[in-house]
Design a protein around this ligand. Structure first.
Ligand SMILES: N[C@@H](CCC(=O)N[C@@H](CS)C(=O)NCC(=O)O)C(=O)O
Length: 212
């Protein structure tokens, strides 16, 4: 059985739980408490030298890090990763955007302002940049979604999952989505799609025991 080393409140980890739930893949959730440094132990660094979650553990003891790489691995051969060459590249395009321009502002702001105790004081010098870059990223998403239902191919793909995870909790990073109606409409469409699960969802303990 797959094992997901993850932190419940992390947007990057949520993406992967959502993908596993949508595909109906059973997995074991191994909680990593970042705030107690469980991602920096010698044992964890052997599994992922970057010391970050999410980390997918495959049968046979192989590991895959980076949330969007994990999404691509899990989605292979499913409608969440298109076969069409251009659509597939467009999915990658939005996932690169997510990592480069979105996680670094909208994701980072939530992490430090909402999750890390004392984070605002530790990262005061970053707040203006997060705001500027985060609103710029939301503007890009708004313009793209103004004429589309989803990011690529007019259906839910891993590009949507990658961007949904931190956008739907952007207000926790002090972003106001009021001026982004197309983004809000897309958030509602993703959340209303079949099989969607919220960030709090995790596999039932009974399933874990049964499948272990
Ligand atoms: N680009 C990576 C980022 C992973 C990442 O930064 N994870 C955070 C939690 S959201 C983490 O593990 N932080 C702990 C640390 O960097 O020490 C991904 O998308 O998986």
């Amino acid at each position: 059985m797959l094992k997901l080393h993850a932190t419940q409140s992390s947007g990057n980890c949520y993406k992967v739980r959502l993908m596993l739930a949508l595909l109906g893949i059973p997995f074991r959730h191994i909680d990593i408490d970042l705030f107690r440094g469980e991602n920096r132990t010698t044992d964890f660094l052997l599994k992922n030298p970057e010391g970050r979650v999410p980390l997918l553990e495959l049968p046979g003891g192989r590991f895959l890090a980076e949330s969007d790489a994990i999404l691509a691995y899990l989605a292979e051969g499913t409608p969440f990763l298109p076969d069409d060459r251009l659509e597939r590249a467009e999915v990658l395009r939005w996932m690169f955007f997510e990592q480069h321009s979105h996680a670094t502002s909208i994701g980072a702001a939530r992490h430090w302002l909402a999750l890390v105790k004392g984070g605002r004081d530790l990262r005061t010098h970053d707040i203006d940049r997060w705001q500027e870059d985060g609103y710029a990223a939301l503007g890009v998403m708004e313009r793209h979604l103004a004429r589309r239902r989803f990011f690529v191919a007019e259906r839910r793909t891993i590009a949507d999952l990658a961007l949904y995870a931190n956008t739907h909790v952007a207000q926790e990073g002090e972003f106001d989505l009021a001026g982004f109606p197309a983004v809000r409409g897309w958030l509602d469409r993703v959340a209303g799609s079949p099989g969607h699960v919220p960030m709090e969802w995790r596999p039932a303990e009974a399933t874990l025991v049964a499948q272990a």
